[in-house]
Write a protein that binds this ligand. Structure first.
Ligand SMILES: Nc1ncnc2c1ncn2[C@@H]1O[C@H](COP(=O)(O)OP(=O)(O)OP(=O)(O)O)[C@@H](O)[C@H]1O
Ligand SMILES: [Mg+2]
Length: 282
C-alpha cells in the first residue's frame, strides 16, 4: 500500500496500528488506513471482518485499545461521536444511530438547530419552517419520500430512515463522510441517488469512506478499495484494474464460484497471520 503514496494530497485522516478487542475477539488487529481529499475509499470485507468496528473507532464511538489517529495533520482521539461531528466528520452508521423519538427534521438538525431571527431566536425559539424546507430539499434530492416530516423516526420504513441518515451526513460533513452500508435498505432509484451523492460529495473535495457488500456498487463508486479480513487490511485494490472475483477472493479467501485459481499464493501472503491473529486467544 505504501507504494501507492505518490505525492498526492496529504491525508485528511490517517490511522495506524488500530486494535480493538471485545473480550476474546480481536475485532481490529492493527489496522492502518488513510483517507485523502477527493477520493471514495470503499471498505469491503466479509461479515464480521471489522468494518463497522473500524468506523466506530474512527468516529469516536469506541476507544481503540491501541493505535494512533491523525486528523488534519494532528493527533486526535475523539471522546465521542459528537466530538467527531464537531471536527467535520459525519457518519451514516450501520445501525442508523438516530434519535428514534424525534422526527426527521429534528434528527437532521440535532445540535445544529436554526433559531428564529431577532430577539425570539435569542430566547431559544427555533426556525422550524426553515429547517423543514431544507429537510424537504435534501430528501427530494435523494428521491426519498416521507409522508409527514413531523412523524417520529420509529414510524418510518427502514429505507426512509436510511434516507434521513444519508441526508444528514452529506448536509453537515466538512472533512470526511463515513457511510456504513448506506444503501442496504434502499430501493433502486434511491440507491442510484446515494451513489450519485457519494460522487458529488467527493467532487467537492470531501472524501467518502463507503462500506458495502454490493460489489457492482463498490466498483462503480470507489477510487480505491481497501479489503479488511479478520480485523486486518489484507489488500488494496484499484477498481479500474481489479475484478470482482479478485475482491471476493481477498475478502473470503475463496472465489464465489468455488473456483480456486490465481490467488492462492496471493492470499497466502495477504492473509498471513490473519487467521491466527484473532479468535479465542484471550
Ligand atoms: N459491541 C461488540 N461487542 C462484542 N463484539 C463485537 C461488538 N461489535 C462487534 N463485535 C465483534 O467484532 C467483530 C467485527 O464486527 P464488525 O461489526 O466490525 O464486522 P463488520 O465487518 O461490520 O460485519 P458486517 O458486514 O456483518 O456488518 C465480529 O466478530 C463481531 O462479533
Ligand atoms: Mg458492519
Amino acid at each position: 500500500m505504501d507504494a501507492e503514496r505518490n505525492g498526492g494530497p496529504a491525508p485528511v485522516l490517517r490511522a495506524s496500528g488500530i486494535v480493538k478487542q471485545f473480550g476474546a475477539v480481536r475485532a481490529l488487529d492493527g489496522v492502518d488506513i488513510e483517507v485523502r481529499p477527493r477520493e471514495v475509499v470503499a471498505l469491503i470485507g466479509d461479515n464480521g471482518a471489522g468494518k463497522s468496528t473500524l468506523v466506530n473507532v474512527l468516529t469516536g464511538v469506541f476507544r481503540p485499545d491501541d493505535g494512533q489517529m491523525m486528523f488534519d495533520g494532528r493527533p486526535v482521539s475523539f471522546a465521542s461521536p459528537q466530538a467527531a461531528r464537531t471536527a467535520g466528520i459525519e457518519t451514516v452508521y450501520q445501525d442508523l444511530a438516530i434519535a428514534p423519538h424525534l422526527d426527521p427534521v429534528a434528527n437532521i438538525f440535532l445540535g445544529r438547530e436554526y433559531r428564529t431571527p431577532g430577539p425570539l431566536g435569542g430566547l431559544g425559539f427555533l426556525d422550524r419552517r426553515r429547517m423543514v424546507r431544507e429537510t424537504e430539499r435534501q430528501l427530494a434530492q435523494l428521491k426519498v419520500r416521507i409522508p409527514g416530516l413531523g412523524r417520529r423516526m420509529t414510524t418510518l420504513s427502514g429505507g426512509q430512515r436510511q434516507g434521513v441518515a444519508v441526508a444528514r451526513a452529506v448536509m453537515w460533513a466538512s472533512k470526511v463522510v463515513f457511510m456504513d452500508e448506506p444503501t442496504a435498505a434502499l430501493g433502486v432509484a434511491q440507491t442510484g441517488q446515494v451513489l450519485q451523492l457519494v460522487r458529488q460529495v467527493r467532487d467537492t473535495g470531501i472524501p467518502v469512506v463507503f462500506i458495502s457488500h454490493n460489489m457492482p456498487h463498490v466498483f462503480e463508486v470507489a477510487d480505491r478499495i481497501v479489503v479488511l479480513r479478520l480485523g486486518r487490511v489484507v489488500r488494496e485494490l484499484d477498481p479500474r484494474t481489479a475484478t470482482i472475483d479478485e475482491a471476493v477472493l481477498a475478502m473470503t479467501g475463496s472465489l464465489a464460484s468455488g473456483r480456486v485459481g490465481l490467488g492462492d499464493g496471493a492470499m497466502a501472503n495477504a492473509g498471513s497471520g490473519a487467521a491466527e491473529g484473532r479468535g479465542a486467544r484471550g
